[in-house]
Structures are given as C-alpha cells and as structure tokens.
Design a protein around this ligand. Structure first.
Ligand SMILES: Cc1ncc(COP(=O)(O)O)c(C=O)c1O
Length: 377
C-alpha cells in the first residue's frame, strides 16, 4: 500500500492554476455587461470554434446531448426511423434516438480503435428493413478521442442514402486525414462537459455544419422552434442555448487548447513506452490523431488490477462496463446479426488510466510503477 496521497483521475485544478485570473476576468466582464443569454462571447466562441474545426458554422448549445438531439430533430427523426450506432459508448449517443421515438440499431466496434466497425455496420444495414424501420443515418462515435473510420463508413453511408453524424463529444481537437474533427462526417457534435478535453465549468456543447439552411433550422430549434422572433414558433424546439458564462470560460480555454493537446499526446507517449506488456496500449490508426479524452488499456484480469491500483492511490475508470445493448432501456432495440462480441469482450477488459495535460513525469512514473506492481502481484 502506498503512503502517498491518492492522485486525481483528471486534474482540473492544475488547469485552473494556469488560467485562473484570465477566466475570472472573463466572467466578471459577463457580470458587468449582463447579457447572460446569447451574449457577445457566445458569437465569438462560435466563430472561433468554426474556424478551428474548418467548417462554415458552429452552433453552440447547452450540452453534447442536446447537440445530438438537435441534429436529429433538424433531420426530422421520429417513430419508424432507424439510426445505426455503437453500443460501446456513453448513453447519450443512443438515448437521443430513443427519446425521439426512433430506434437505435446497435453495431459492434473494432477491437483496435474501439469505434464503430464498418464491417459490422454493413451486416446491420438489412436489420432496419427487416424490423419495418426506415434507415436514416449513422452516429459514429470518436471514442476516447480517436476519430472513427470515416473513410470506410462514408461509402457505406453514400450507397445506402444515409448521413453520418460524428459524435465528437470526446474528440474535439483531433483530426482525420488532416481534417479537424467537426469537419468530418456530414455534421458533427461535441460536448464541453468539464472533464472533456475542451471543457467548460458546467454543461455545454456544439454542432458543426457547412450547410447554411441546416444552421438556420438548428438556430430555430435551439430557441423553441422560433421563427422571425421567439414568440413565433414554426417547429418544435428546446431551450438549447449555451450560457454566455460558459462561452466566456471556453474562449479562455481555447487560448491553451493546442498546447494542452500536445501535453496529452506526450502523456500518452510516456504511457505507451512505460506500461507493462500485460496492458495492451491503445494505438492510433493511419491518418488519425487523438486528443486522448481517455487513455484506455486492455487487460485480462482487469478488476483485480484495478483494485490493486486503487490501493496504491491510482484512480482508474471503466468506460464502459455495461454496453448500452445490455442495459434495460435499450435491450428492446435491434442489433447486428451475430451480436456484439467485440463490445462484450471490451467491456470486460478496458481500464482507463489517469489522463490530463498536467500529468507530470514524476507523477506518471508513480502510475507506471504501480501498474507494474499491480500486474505482477
Ligand atoms: C460519446 C459521448 N456522446 C455524448 C455525450 C454527451 O455530452 P454531455 O454530457 O455534454 O451531454 C458524451 C459525454 O459525456 C459522450 O462521451
């Protein structure tokens, strides 16, 4: 048992020490001007995020879940529609589909990048028709920060009249074939939940699109389906706005975002070089970069190793222990013929280690030594 204090899994306080005064001043500016809803910081942030992603439009919103929901609402998704998505993901990915009365169809993931498997997707395509559903789109998740295999997904989508929504909640800042996330897929969404690589101090999210008309519909949905003003309601919508205060926080965090991504990659490289061979480390596939929202290894005796690390003061997490297709609200939805063996196996083996840009070398050495002890014992 280690006598050293337990480490944090994600150290948001270290970032606050670096950026504290700038963020406080930015928040005071919002308090002074008082435009708490859709204030100037929201427009500034949207312009910056769109430019960063390399797309025409960024529509900020209240969370990554609302971002997904708003895209599906704008596409008119409802009862009788089918959306293909992984089960090995955070609940929001499939939840929004089900909330709109449509049906997720669960597809397996690849063992190497943990993302939706194009081969499994192809096998799942006939399931929609067999279930009497209209296939409409694919939600590809960029799990743990690495983009999915869009090069392989796009022809499948095109051949079947489907669109691809990139759920980039975990991958904003990463790239695929030299295009930044946000510009990959037909449209993309992200989350600014505090623990995300680009996180605010509450809930927040954004949608990215190059389509002017789609942008207009999303603006309307964001404010109760407003028409010329908010008291003309031309469609159903939600209260989906990002708070001005959160935009002010994000604008400051954007100033160090690239530096933080570089630091995350340095941490990932040190893990890859120093972890015991019993832990299979994640790999970046061709043409992709990652923002390492999580650093997730695979190992056989996961639960025992997790307990030993815990006893040594090293926090770890299991994302995701219970894939969605096994959970009560989602068991009734169709899945790819043959089931989801890779998803089921990953859920038994994944372990996410502490990962944040401020994980310094001595601290990481402590984690690496504990990892060696844990697998040896
Ligand atoms: C893959 C994925 N999709 C969607 C979301 C939802 O984002 P939020 O928590 O901002 O609603 C998350 C975040 O936790 C996520 O990891």
């Amino acid at each position: 048992m280690s006598l050293a204090a337990p480490l944090p899994f994600i150290d948001l306080k270290a970032q606050r020490r670096r950026l504290g005064p700038q963020i406080e001043q930015a928040l005071v500016r919002v308090l002074e001007h008082g435009a708490f809803i859709m204030g100037p910081e929201v427009r500034d942030l949207e312009a910056q995020l769109a430019a960063y992603a390399g797309v025409k439009h960024c529509i900020s919103c209240a969370s990554g879940t609302d971002a997904l929901m708003m895209v599906l609402m704008a596409k008119g998704i409802g009862p009788g529609d089918a959306i293909f998505c992984p089960s090995f993901t955070f609940a929001a990915t499939a939840e929004v589909v089900a909330l709109l009365g449509a049906s997720p169809i669960f597809v397996d993931v690849c063992a190497d990048d943990f993302n939706i498997d194009p081969v499994s997707l192809k096998a799942a395509l006939p399931v929609a028709e067999a279930a009497g559903l209209t296939p409409r789109g694919i939600i590809a998740v960029d799990l743990f920060g690495q983009p999915a295999d869009y090069r392989a997904l796009q022809p499948l989508a095109d051949a079947n009249g489907l669109w691809i929504l990139a759920d980039a909640a975990q991958s904003f800042g990463a790239s695929y074939d030299n295009r930044r996330v946000g510009a990959v897929g037909d449209f993309a969404t992200t989350s600014f939940f505090p623990a995300k690589p680009l996180g605010c101090y509450g809930d927040g999210g954004a949608i990215f699109t190059n389509d002017d008309d789609f942008r207009d519909v999303l603006h309307s949905i964001r404010v109760h389906g407003q028409g010329r003003d908010k008291y003309e309601n031309v469609r159903l919508g939600i209260t989906g706005r990002l708070d001005t205060m959160q935009a002010a926080v994000l604008l400051q965090k954007m100033t160090i975002f690239d530096d933080e991504i570089a630091a995350r990659n340095a941490v990932a490289a040190r893990y890859a070089a120093g972890l015991p061979k019993e832990m299979i480390v994640p790999t970046l596939l061709a043409g992709r970069t990652s923002v390492w929202a999580q650093y997730t290894v695979l190992l056989e005796n996961r639960d025992a190793v997790q307990q030993k690390l815990q006893a040594d003061g090293i926090p770890t997490m299991v994302y995701y222990m219970r894939p969605l297709h096994t959970q009560p609200p989602y068991q009734k939805y169709p899945q790819v013929p043959g089931g989801l063996p890779v998803t089921d196996s990953l859920s038994q083996k994944v372990l996410s280690l502490p990962m944040h840009p401020y994980l310094d070398t001595p601290t990481q050495e402590r984690i690496l030594s504990a990892a060696h002890r844990a697998v040896a014992a």
